[in-house]
Write a protein that binds this ligand. Sequence first.
Ligand SMILES: O=C(CO)COP(=O)(O)O
Length: 299
Amino acid sequence: MDNNPSADISVDLRLSVSSKAHKPTAVFPKLSKRPSEGQKKLYANFSTDSKMSARKFCVGGNWKMNGDQKSIAEICKTLSGAALDPNTEVVIGCPAIYLMYARNLLPCTVGVAGQNAYKVAKGAFTGEISPSMLKDIGADWVILGHSERRAIFNESDELIAEKAEHALAEGLKVIACIGETLDEREAGKTNEVVARQMCAYAKKVRDWTNVVVAYEPVWAIGTGKTATPEQAQEVHAFLRQWLTDNISKEVSAALRIQYGGSVTAANAKELAKKPDIDGFLVGGASLKPEFVDIINARQ
Ligand SMILES: O=C(CO)COP(=O)(O)O
């Protein structure tokens, strides 16, 4: 639980998910703050019907710690020469050291994202980069809370949420990752885990306009074991309901939720048909020409 006394949260409210096996009852904080007038206007055009496709499809490529100048130039050339669906927003998560290089090679319609950023603007934090530095070199997004950063670099829900809060305050857009491990799924804790991770973000995020959530089941990342469209849709629908119950129906209707985990050109089209899947966060396949087909999965 968050110890921050200033958090605008009422932790007493309970969302009873279900007492059945695989759907445990859990206590989730509920935000007490209502959307601002500006947010209300922004969301006014969105339907709360999850089948409504007002949410612009958004596909991110997460290159992780891959690539060099030569291979990055090739990928950027492929993306620059391809006919990309104008109805899909595209974001490339590039290693920090190549961000400016990729920015200069990619079409301006393609956004560029850092894969991490620290929770303060500057200072004695050797090895870290800040959101203001990302903005300074032309990146407009940052990927935060990726399972690799959670597992390998021991990033907690709280730290990730603080990073998201600061990145948003600095004017970056955030791809906020969540997802359960295989053990958690097999223990029937998927909903509990993703709700806990969403709660941590919700304690720090006040305006969701510049947030995209990426649901990436850890067991599907880099394994070739994609969640079936039904498995993915089930969790996305749960997240949509969680947003309605804990944030607002406007945010629930407007917030884009990407699926990530072994997405390829072969499975993207079926996943993209699901009503609550609003895009993808793609690892391995984003380094290959087939990424173009994934971007165009809704065509
Ligand atoms: O981690 C991922 C994107 O952030 C997914 O990776 P893969 O597409 O390689 O499974």
